[in-house]
Design a protein around this ligand. Structure first.
Ligand code: SF4
Ligand code: SF4
Length: 472
């Protein structure tokens, strides 16, 4: 029985409810009256539920799709302005005991190089990331209690936060590790992580079990209920995601929204972020072997609808996607992107020799961070290196209520400008710096509160004099 506030996976992600939802969406995909009503409701900016959202996803009326895109762009503008938060993934270890058939780190892949960073190697990786200008990381590690126990992950996080190289600092560490126990989530919270990210991969239980034939991850319920345990352990910023291309995208989309509705119903706070990865080529993995791949147009529609359905949830896109695709979905609602990513273990310090391939997937966007920052600014976006909220204790429902009241805008805009200024002073090329300085001057005018604008101007001058790390 479907029950969004239940803590049982099969009740809050209920297969029959998804099947009924898809049938309802098919039956109404040409019902323009209903579609207009749903779009009207979406304009209130309070989100849509999985049924309403699924009708919009099924609708193939060109005019209505255009309306969805317009609305997504408007919501993006109202909630996130033209700011894009930057981050980079850091792969700690690719030892893994799971059998995920779509990931090259699965235990049976014998021709991939297995690596695990020592604390010394982490220092070198982090210095390389700081030297690019990164302030926010997403840690990645396979599941292997012997090689990557929680103690190892905690030690890595402490090492990362302790490294201060020149003006560099990693100020927020988000963590993407396997589903674990309440006690271990509590440890992660205590060591000061930002968001706990865990992709569901697929919400379709039968497919999930086929795609995860062995290892701890094969337990669908344990994996699906991970965010509930994370919240019980005190982590209130959690990041959802599915790997598009594994199961029918309409099923995944409904499941993803049901998961968001469940977090809201059971814990009073929805997901902090949603990631939208698509399956990519990698060692031992051929994406064409998965026949549920989605084309760029459908992908863009999914991004636009996520923006409309969960306006307060950040949306993340990685370098799996090409520059062209990233350009399109940035406008439709994406709020965070990675730049200059390496998806191999130790990849920031050294290029890997061909025979030592330890990448999790092929990167499509291979530009440097400076190139990505410049490209964003040339499109009128503000690259933001802001990490302020969790450092100021603005997490979970406190964060969400600031978002819902619109007050967060008084923090995001000045923080974006001040962290961009730091980037320009410490890491940017001359060209990028020139564009950035002009952008900062123009964007100062978009800070809503006069007082905040004044403080921001003063802080920009102090950054010019060499002082760092201002935040609202
Ligand atoms: S997806 Fe994660 S759990 Fe699965 S094989 Fe890859 S690293 Fe291991
Ligand atoms: S102020 Fe908070 S919500 Fe805004 S960009 Fe910074 S961390 Fe994100």
């Amino acid at each position: 029985m479907y029950n969004p506030s239940s803590l049982k996976a099969e009740e809050f992600i209920n297969h029959e409810e998804i099947i009924d939802t898809l049938a309802y969406a098919d039956a109404n995909k040409d019902n323009l009256e209903l579609i207009d009503q749903i779009l009207e409701k979406a304009k209130e900016r309070k989100g849509l539920n999985h049924r309403e959202a699924s009708v919009l996803l099924a609708c193939d009326n060109k005019e209505k799709i255009e309306e969805m895109y317009q609305l997504a762009q408007q919501i993006k503008q109202d909630f996130y302005g033209n700011r894009i938060v930057m981050f980079a993934p850091l792969y700690l270890s690719n030892y893994c005991i799971n059998g995920c058939v779509y990931c090259p780190y699965h235990i049976s892949n014998k021709h991939i190089a297995r690596k695990k960073l020592t604390q010394e190697e982490i220092k070198r990786e982090v210095i390389a990331l700081q030297d690019m200008g990164h302030k926010r990381l997403a840690l990645e590690a396979g599941e292997d209690p012997k090689n990557n126990p929680i103690e190892y992950i905690l030690e890595c996080i402490k090492t990362i936060y302790s490294i201060k190289h020149k003006n560099g600092a990693i100020r927020r560490v988000n963590v993407n590790i396997a589903a674990t126990t309440v006690e271990e989530y509590r440890m992660l919270k205590e060591v000061g992580i930002g968001t706990y990210i865990l992709f569901q991969e697929t919400y379709h239980k039968e497919s999930y079990e086929k795609l995860h034939p062995y290892g701890p991850k094969s337990n669908y319920a344990y994996h699906t209920e991970a965010m509930d345990r994370a919240m019980e352990g005190g982590i209130d910023d959690v990041g959802l995601g599915v790997l598009f291309g594994l199961e029918m995208y309409r099923y995944e989309f409904a499941g993803l929204l049901m998961h968001a509705e469940h977090l809201e119903a059971a814990h009073g706070v929805g997901p902090h972020t949603i990631s939208v990865p698509r399956i990519k080529r990698a060692d031992d993995i051929d994406p064409t072997a998965f026949d549920n791949g989605i084309d760029d147009e459908t992908f863009a529609k999914i991004c636009a609808l996520i923006r409309i359905c969960v306006p307060y949830t950040g949306m993340i896109i990685s370098t799996r996607e090409s520059q062209a695709v990233r350009e399109k979905v940035l406008k439709l609602g994406v709020s965070q992107i990675s730049g200059a990513s390496r998806t191999s273990v130790g990849g920031y310090c050294e290029e890997e020799p061909e025979e030592e391939n330890s990448e999790q997937f092929d990167v499509s966007d291979k530009r440097t961070l400076d190139e990505v920052v410049k490209w964003l600014m040339e499109m009128g976006c503000i690259p933001s290196f802001c990490t302020a909220c969790y450092r100021e204790g603005r997490t979970g429902d406190r964060f969400m209520s600031l978002c819902k009241s619109g007050q967060i805008q008084n923090c995001c805009q000045p923080n974006a400008l001040m962290t961009l200024k730091e980037y320009l002073m410490d890491y940017a090329s001359e060209d990028t710096k020139k564009i950035g300085e002009a952008l900062i001057q123009a964007e100062l005018e978009n800070i809503p509160k006069e007082k905040v604008k004044e403080i921001c101007k003063e802080n920009l001058e102090k950054i010019e004099q060499g002082i760092r790390d201002f935040r609202f």
